[in-house]
Write a protein of this length. Structure first.
Length: 249
C-alpha cells in the first residue's frame, strides 16, 4: 500500500483539527507537517492530543515544513490560503483547498501555476459526502421544476455569504439553465445547513443537508486526497473530483 503524505494548513483550527484527527486514523494517509501561526514550533500530536501525530511539527509556513509531501491541504482563511498554496506549488505539491471565500482571480492564478507545473488542484467548497449527494438531488429538482431556491444557514462567525457550497450549487444550476436564488442566514446555534426548495402546481419539495459536527468533513477529504493522486487538471467540487459520487450535472 502506498502512503499519501499531506501537509495541512490550519491543522489546529476548528475544521482542520477534526479533519486531521480523521486522517490520522487512515492507514494510507499520513499527515507529515502542519502550518499555523499561534502554535508554530509546537508538536501537532501534543496540541491535538493525538499520540499517532507525535513528532509532526507545526510550522509558520509551507516552505518551512522539512519533510517531503504529496499534497498540501488548506483549511486556513481566504487571505492566508493563496500565499500558502503558492508556496506549496513551488514545492511541487498537489493542492486540495477547503478554505472558502477565495476570489475568482486568486483561484485562476493558482490554477494556472498548477497547470504550468502539471499538478492537480481542487478547490472544494464542501467536503461532506452528504452535501455532494444533496447537490445531485438539487440539480435533479432544477431539471424537473425549472427553479430552485436555496436557503443556507451557518454560525454567526462565518465570514463569507453566501457560502462557497451555495455559490457552487447556484453556478451548477445556472449552467443547466435553471433559475436559482439563494438566501443566507447567519445565526448562533447553526453549524452548517442547506435546504434546496422547488415547487410546482400544488406541491413543494425540499432537500435538507445539515452538518451537526465538523467530523462530517474527514471522509470526504480522505476520498478527495486519494482521488487527487491519480488526477490531473482543476476540480471545483467533491462530486467533480470523485466520480463515485456522480457528477449530477
Ligand atoms: N470545504 C469545506 O468542506 C469546509 C468545511 C468547513 C469549513 N471550511 C472553511 O475552512 C476554513 C477554516 O475554517 P475554521 O472554522 O476551521 O477556521 P479557524 O478555526 O479560524 O481555523 C483557521 C486556521 O487557519 C490558521 N491560519 C490562519 N491564518 C494563517 C496564516 N496566515 N498562516 C498559517 N495559518 C493560518 C489558523 O491558525 P492560527 O490560529 O495559528 O492563526 C487556524 O488554525 C474557512 O474558510 C471555512 O469556511 C470549509
Amino acid at each position: 500500500m502506498s502512503v499519501i503524505r499531506l501537509i495541512v494548513g490550519g491543522a489546529t483550527g476548528k475544521t482542520g483539527a477534526e479533519v486531521v484527527r480523521y486522517l490520522a486514523a487512515q492507514g494510507d494517509l499520513q499527515v507529515i507537517g502542519a502550518v499555523g501561526r499561534l502554535q508554530a514550533g509546537r508538536d501537532l500530536g501534543a496540541v491535538l492530543s493525538v499520540p499517532s501525530l507525535a513528532g509532526v511539527a507545526i510550522s509558520g509556513s509551507v516552505s518551512q515544513v522539512a519533510a517531503e509531501a504529496d499534497i498540501y491541504l488548506d483549511f486556513t482563511l481566504a487571505e492566508a490560503a493563496v500565499s500558502l498554496a503558492m508556496e506549496a506549488l513551488a514545492r511541487d505539491l498537489r493542492l486540495l483547498i477547503g478554505t472558502s471565500g477565495l476570489d475568482a482571480r486568486s483561484v485562476s492564478l493558482l490554477a494556472s501555476e498548477a497547470s504550468r507545473r502539471n499538478l492537480a488542484m481542487a478547490v472544494i467548497p464542501n467536503f461532506s459526502i452528504g452535501a455532494a449527494l444533496q447537490r445531485r438531488m438539487a440539480l435533479e429538482l432544477g431539471r424537473r421544476y425549472g427553479r430552485v431556491e436555496v436557503v443556507e444557514g451557518h454560525h454567526r462567525t462565518k465570514r463569507d455569504a453566501p457560502s462557497g457550497t451555495a455559490k457552487d450549487l447556484m453556478s451548477a444550476l445556472e449552467a443547466l439553465g435553471v433559475e436559482a436564488a439563494v438566501h443566507s442566514l447567519r445565526l448562533e446555534g447553526l453549524v452548517a445547513r442547506q435546504e434546496a426548495w422547488a415547487g410546482g402546481p400544488g406541491e413543494v419539495i425540499s432537500v435538507i443537508h445539515e452538518v451537526t459536527s465538523r467530523q462530517a468533513y474527514g471522509a470526504g477529504v480522505a476520498m478527495a486526497a486519494r482521488q487527487l493522486m491519480g488526477a490531473s487538471g482543476f476540480f471545483s467540487s467533491l462530486a467533480e473530483l470523485c466520480p463515485a459520487l456522480g457528477p449530477g450535472d
